[in-house]
Design a protein around this ligand. Structure first.
Ligand code: PGA
Ligand code: ZN
Length: 436
């Protein structure tokens, strides 16, 4: 019933208008699964490799026809008649077929598309929604959202140095009320920015991208928006940041004697070395209701991560995105060294569903938080919404409550909530690793 009969793939567009791959898997029962792969802009150096065509005359080199051909000609024939419900075996086969540590031969985009389409097809064959197929009857926890309402860094030209200013409605009683709070705060932020004469153009993840005088001005305006919408900062709604500072490392700066990196805040015309950046975050965490900080230090600044975790890890969730790249080995090092206390989960950083589930499990067994995440380049695919409920991590980030590719995930969670009815739970503040 779940044996693979056909695998198809094609090139579609993502939310930035760049090509990406979509895969369709058809089983002998006729059940079909479809998955589209997202793509990052502030990608970590340790991520699995996204295969692009590098033909400058076509989509500026960003075409994915080579990945499509790899699915059709290499992966498809090898997976014929395999059991799509045996996810671990499917993913092992994909990893072996590729044969490289970074999935660079066939492309992590090609591999992930097949891995996820198999899961969707198997769920369909069993007549189950994906969250139930992956998570079983225990999958009843809706995630607390991080709504990225102000975009900067690589996701918006001329905005803040820091990439993401997010709000988390930890005081909401349910998923739908959390979504409502996010949408109301987003609307209030538009009014605040408009009133102050700022642009309300949107960045890649749907948040506003104003040209503010400083990074701190962004925090201040977000706090005003929370209040304008009728919520109490620090109680109903807290702030989560992803400054994505791997992008801010000054590679030309001379190394300090202590092995510290130099970070450049171009907007503010100043630089900070690792220990100063740790002080900077400790100060912000003292003065503002920031309960989650992602990539507050760069992907290889293990020293800085240990310093920050030691300093504020008891009162702030410290999420490794570029640091861990959803990789069990890198996360294992973080757990062992006390670097961070939570992991960002992005399927395409590692490239298969099974490895992603392994990383989530590793985090959960070690008291680390796990935040299921979109990428800045997204499609209408809503797999991550189901993954968040299936794994019960209690946290998701999928951008602003605006733009269809972001809202598709949030709307999918509304449908899951309705389906679970009174058995759906919303963890609120308890989802944060620091409040456990
Ligand atoms: P990316 O950004 O998808 O462009 O990498 C998201 C993030 O840094 O969390
Ligand atoms: Zn990030």
């Amino acid at each position: 019933m779940t044996s693979i009969e056909l695998i198809d793939a094609h090139e579609i567009l993502d939310s930035r208008g760049n090509p990406t791959i979509e895969v369709v898997v058809v089983l002998d029962s006729g059940a079909t699964g479809r998955a589209a792969v997202p793509s990052g802009a502030s990608t970590g150096a340790h991520e699995a490799v996204e295969l692009r065509d590098d033909e400058p005359a076509r989509y500026g080199g960003k075409g994915v026809r080579r990945a499509v051909v790899n699915v059709l000609e290499v992966i498809g024939p090898a997976l014929m008649d395999q059991d799509a419900a045996d996810q671990a075996a499917i993913d092992e086969l994909l990893i072996d077929l590729d044969g490289t540590p970074d999935k660079g031969r066939l492309g992590a985009n090609a591999i992930l598309g097949v891995s996820l389409a198999c899961a969707h097809a198997a769920a369909a064959a069993y007549g189950l929604p994906l969250y139930r197929y992956l998570g079983g009857v225990a999958a009843r926890t809706l995630p607390v959202p991080m709504f990225n309402i102000l975009n900067g860094g690589k996701h918006a030209a001329d905005s803040t140095d820091f990439q993401e200013f997010m709000v988390m409605p930890v005081g909401a009683p349910s998923w739908s009320e959390a979504l409502r709070a996010g949408a109301e705060i987003f609307a209030a932020l538009r009014t605040e920015l408009h009133g102050a004469g700022h642009s309300t153009g949107q960045g890649d993840e749907g948040g506003f991208a104003p040209s503010l005088a400083s990074n701190e001005a962004a925090i201040e305006v977000v706090l005003r928006a929370i209040e304008r919408a009728g919520y109490h900062p620090g109680e109903d709604v807290v702030i989560a940041l992803d400054p994505a500072v791997t992008e801010l490392v000054d590679l030309d700066a001379p190394a300090t004697g202590e092995g510290e990196l130099t970070y450049r805040l171009a907007k503010e015309g100043r630089t900070l070395v690792t220990s100063e950046l740790v002080d900077f975050w400790a100060d912000w965490i003292d003065r503002y209701p920031i309960l989650s900080l992602e990539d507050g230090l760069a992907e290889d600044d293990w020293l800085g991560w240990r310093m920050l975790t030691e300093r504020v890890g008891d009162r702030c969730q410290l999420v490794g995105d570029d640091l861990f790249v959803t990789n069990p080995e890198r996360l294992g090092r973080g757990i062992a060294e006390g670097a961070g206390n939570a992991v960002l989960i992005k399927l395409n950083q590692i490239g298969t569903l099974s490895e992603t589930l392994d990383t989530v499990g590793l985090a959960q067994r070690n008291g680390f938080g796990a935040v299921i995440s979109h990428r800045s380049g997204e499609t209408e695919d809503t797999t991550i919404a189901d993954l968040a409920v299936a794994t019960g991590t209690g946290q998701i980030k999928s951008g602003a409550p605006s733009r269809s590719e972001r809202v598709a995930k949030y709307n999918r969670l509304l449908r899951i909530e309705a389906e679970l009815d009174r058995f759906a739970t919303y963890p609120g503040r308890a989802a944060l690793v620091t409040s456990r």
